[in-house]
Structures are given as structure tokens and as C-alpha cells.
Design a binder for this molecule. Structure first.
Ligand code: IMP
Length: 502
């Protein structure tokens, strides 16, 4: 690790209650895509072990180092340091599609990067073709109830684990166990698929497997071959992590964001894993209290969401939610449709498109446009409470709004919906809320209170120190610091060097 990086990392830790931590977690504070990949990559230079504990190939972490861009879906972003002995772990709380994993390994090999020290939990859940088929069929038949999943089989794979019909990575190493469990699982999956129109099931199965019917024989042959490739990486990683905690520098890599978590988000518009600190720690065999410091990553001063669900500060409101989820929408389609969109457009929806284009906010996994809106402090206050006892904020993508003349910051909500009860609390129109309540009718019924701030209208991407950042930008960071919690770092570009210690 070079001197500059070393002082950046120790300076960031010095902002927290544990200045010399051994176990650090990186968690997304929003709906994913906060720029966690870059932060994990940066701190991986400090770590001896980098471990992921939740989600699967629904995540997309884009790394940009030395002009090279890599998108990782399953392998932790610390893989860049494999050559110098950093161990990367895919933990037991993950759902792993072995086909996607092997493709990722091939991509690394092509880029000249090693993955010799990769470890894969023997008890991580296996994603099978029927999970992907079920995920896509459900979405195809959901009508207005569509969630906008990534179609990677995440929900059905986690469901099978909970309903006790799932398979694990270790089954790839034991042909007869695999076969028996596969047959039971296929029987279960086929029963579920019978509840959907046959033509849709056949069309989706063809798209996923290349044949209109799920074949146990084909799946067995394919997965046994994956087992041969993955055998040398499959280990008891929970035990390994429990042995290492406290004596090795460990970095835990969160996937998605707290607001998408199964326990914290607004059902049903969530992913199927717990994206909080507890979920992440548990997914690598550790406990929340094993983590000394949590780096909580949030985009600023805008935020994004992919898929359906409430988004109080969304630019363009329901119109945007609908358009971004429309099939066939992509960056190219949008650029043709809105050639004049800009971060300063006076029409809300167009300003949202302008921010999306400026920030390159199109899904790393699906290519879908991400819905855009202003930074929402009530949601951030909620998310921080799920990030342990020592959260440090990292604000990313600041350069995206470099040309924006006026920035809106949502500091509170005014509830305007019908009288509605959440647990012991009654909500009625006119109520002011400091912290978000993660319930769909509440979040759809709130009107954000904004404070307007002048933009900085200067380029920030070359900033090396806090003193280089424009005054208007520093003012805004201080508001967040004051209102929500300690901000340790800001990022104004995808490169490692474009990170500033506060
Ligand atoms: P699933 O995780 O594919 O089941 O999708 C459930 C919801 O989470 C959908 O709204 C997805 O768009 C969203 N989602 C899943 N992974 C990510 C991610 O990495 N970034 C942003 N949104 C995600």
C-alpha cells in the first residue's frame, strides 16, 4: 500500500471511535449502487481478507483501476489484491450461480488478474436454472405487482433455503447427494411453475436453458462440471472467518443497500437478503459486534433506485418509476428520446434524466435506467441505525452534480396521506417526520421538505484534499455531517485517487 493510501485510510478510521480497527464493513445506505465497489477496492489495500456475505449475481460492482473497468457480480472487489495474498471470500449467506461465478473467473483471467486465494463457502446456497426461471416467470406474470428484480434467481434461491429444499455449494462435490436433492427441488419448482401459464413458463425456460423443459439430466451434467472447476475453492469459510477475526485485518463487503434489505426495506420492493451490518456479518459467520467500524456509503447529493417501490424525492415521481421500469428502456433509447436533458433542466423529469446521464446511472447488472432523486436525509437517518455502533459516512459521486446550479436537500418529510397506523404510532396528514418509516403507504404519502443550496459549478474530480473542494460543496457536506453523522471521506470520481479525506 502506498503512503498516500495509507494516510487516507488511517485518517478515515481516525474519524471513528475505534482508530485502529481490525474488522471493517462497507455497507450501502441507499438502494444499492452507492459506489461501494470503489470503496471496498480502496480499503482492500489495507485488508488481509475481503469477504462478501449476502446476495448473489444481482449485485454489480464496477471497479476502475488504471483505466481498466471490470464488473464483478459475485467475487468480492478485493480480488485485485489476490496476487499479493489477500484472501477473498464468498460467504455462506450468499446465493451463488456457479455458471456466473466461473464466467467471472474467466473474465479475471483474461484481464491478467489472479484469483488463487478465493474461498467459497461450502454452505452458500446454490442458484439453479429453475430459480432463474421462477424469478422471470413471476415477474412476467406480475402485472402491476412487478418488483423489477434482476432476474438472477435470487428470491427463489433464498426461498428454497428457507423452505428447506435448497441445495448448497457442497452438493456440487457429492454427485449422489446432488442428484437426490436436485430431484426433490425440481419436483418442488415444477409444482410452483404449474401455477403460471404454460406458454410463459416454456418461453422463459427456453430463454434460460435453451430448451422448453427443465431437464434433471442436463442440470446434473452441467453442475457436476461446475463442481470440478470450483472444487479447489470450496471451504468451510464460516470457521475460517471465526478463526481469523481479531487477528487479521478483515474487510466485509456489503451488497445492495440497507433500504433494499429483506428486514429493513419496504416490502415487497426489496431483495431477499439482509443488507444491514447484522446481515452481512452473519453471512460470513461473524456477529455484528465483531465489526469495529462500518463505512456507510451514500451517493450525494442525489440518489438512485432500480426497480419498483416508493422513492419520496424522485425527480419526476410516479412517471419516472413507470418509465424506468418499462421493458426495453436503456441508455441509448433514453438519449434519443431526451436529447436536451440536463442536470439544470427546469422540468423535474428531465432534470432526473440529466442526472442519470451525467452519473451513468444505468444498471451494471441489467442495463436498466436507475430512477433518480435528491438526497433524502430521513432515509439516511434510518439506514445509519442499521450500521452498528461506529458508522462513518462516505459520500460518493460528488462530481456528477459539478455543473448543477441549485441542489435540493431533503431534510424532513411532511406526511400528507390518509390516517394510517404503523405499530404503536398513528400517522395523520400534517405530521412532520425526521426519520423515514419503512412502510409503503407512509413513504408514498410523504412530501419532502427541501432546503435549496447553491451548486459549486466547478470541477471536483481533480481535488486531492479537503482544501481543494469548492466552498459550496463543503457547506453541503457539513450539513449532512451535522444532521446525520460523521462524514469521513468523499469521492469525486471512479479512480482511487479521486477520494478526499475530510
Ligand atoms: P432481486 O435482488 O433480483 O430479487 O431484485 C429485488 C429488487 O432489488 C429489485 O428492485 C432490484 O432492482 C433491486 N436490486 C437487486 N440488486 C440490486 C443492486 O445491486 N443494485 C440496485 N438494485 C438492486
Amino acid at each position: 500500500m502506498n503512503e498516500q493510501l495509507e494516510s487516507l485510510i488511517s485518517g478515515a478510521f481516525a474519524h471513528g471511535a475505534v482508530p485502529d480497527p481490525m474488522t471493517v464493513a462497507v455497507i450501502g445506505a441507499q438502494w444499492g449502487d452507492e459506489g461501494k465497489g470503489k470503496i471496498v477496492d480502496l480499503f482492500a489495500g489495507w485488508a488481509e481478507i475481503v469477504a462478501r456475505g449476502t446476495g448473489g449475481a444481482n449485485a454489480g460492482h464496477t471497479l476502475k483501476v488504471g483505466g481498466q473497468e471490470l464488473v464483478l457480480h459475485l467475487i468480492p472487489s478485493g480480488i485485485h489484491y489476490d496476487a499479493i495474498g489477500v484472501v477473498n471470500v464468498c460467504g455462506s449467506g450468499m446465493v451463488i450461480d456457479p455458471h456466473a461465478l466461473i464466467q467471472e473467473m474467466q473474465m479475471l483471467a483474461t484481464a491478467g488478474l489472479s484469483y488463487e486465494h478465493l474461498l467459497i463457502a461450502y454452505n452458500a446456497t446454490l442458484v439453479l436454472p429453475q430459480h432463474i426461471v421462477l424469478d422471470k416467470v413471476r415477474e412476467a406474470c406480475a402485472g402491476a405487482g412487478k418488483i423489477g428484480t434482476t432476474g438472477r434467481g435470487i428470491g427463489p434461491a433464498y426461498t428454497d433455503r428457507v423452505t428447506r429444499v435448497g441445495l448448497v455449494m457442497n452438493d456440487l462435490l457429492n454427485p449422489s447427494t446432488f442428484e437426490a436433492k436436485l430431484l426433490r427441488n425440481l419436483d418442488h419448482s415444477r409444482r410452483l411453475l404449474r401455477g403460471y401459464p404454460e406458454n410463459v413458463v416454456e418461453r422463459v425456460t427456453l430463454e434460460v436453458t435453451g430448451s422448453t423443459k427443465l431437464s434433471s439430466e442436463e442440470i446434473r451434467t452441467e453442475y457436476m462440471a461446475y463442481g470440478q472447476v470450483l472444487k479447489r475453492f470450496i471451504r468451510d469459510t464460516d470457521r475460517y472467518m471465526q478463526r481469523m477475526v481479531g487477528s487479521r485485518k478483515i474487510l466485509l463487503e456489503g451488497a445492495q443497500g440497507v433500504l433494499l434489505g429483506i428486514n429493513d426495506g419496504t416490502h415487497p420492493y426489496v431483495t431477499s437478503a439482509d443488507c444491514s451490518l447484522n446481515g452481512l456479518a452473519c453471512g460470513v459467520g461473524l456477529r455484528g459486534q465483531d465489526v469495529d467500524t462500518c463505512l456507510v456509503v451514500a451517493k450525494a447529493f442525489y440518489m438512485t433506485r432500480v426497480g419498483a417501490g416508493p422513492f419520496p424525492t424522485e425527480l419526476g415521481g410516479a412517471d419516472s418509476e413507470w418509465r424506468c421500469n418499462e421493458t426495453g428502456t436503456s441508455r441509448a433509447v433514453e438519449e434519443r428520446a431526451f436529447p436536451t436533458a440536463s442536470v439544470n433542466s427546469s422540468q423535474e423529469y428531465l432534470q432526473g434524466v440529466g442526472i442519470r446521464q451525467m452519473g451513468g446511472e444505468y444498471g451494471a447488472t441489467t442495463g436498466r435506467p436507475r430512477r433518480t432523486g435528491w438526497l433524502d436525509l430521513p432515509l439516511l437517518r434510518f439506514a445509519l441505525k442499521r450500521c452498528g455502533k461506529n458508522p462513518l459516512l462516505v459520500l460518493t459521486k460528488l462530481d456528477v452534480l459539478d455543473e448543477c446550479e441549485e441542489i435540493q436537500l431533503c431534510t424532513q418529510y411532511l406526511y400528507q396521506g390518509l390516517r394510517y397506523r404503523v405499530g404503536g404510532q398513528e400517522f395523520e396528514a400534517g405530521q412532520v417526520m425526521e426519520e423515514a418509516v419503512m412502510d409503503e403507504p407512509i413513504l408514498r404519502g410523504v412530501k419532502p421538505f427541501y432546503s435549496a443550496f447553491p451548486g459549486w459549478c466547478l470541477h471536483t474530480s481533480a481535488s486531492k484534499a479537503a482544501g481543494d473542494l469548492p466552498e459550496n460543496l463543503i457547506n453541503l457536506v457539513q450539513v449532512v455531517h451535522h444532521e446525520v453523522g460523521s462524514v469521513a471521506l468523499v469521492s469525486a470520481g471512479p479512480e482511487r485517487e479521486q477520494t478526499v479525506l475530510l
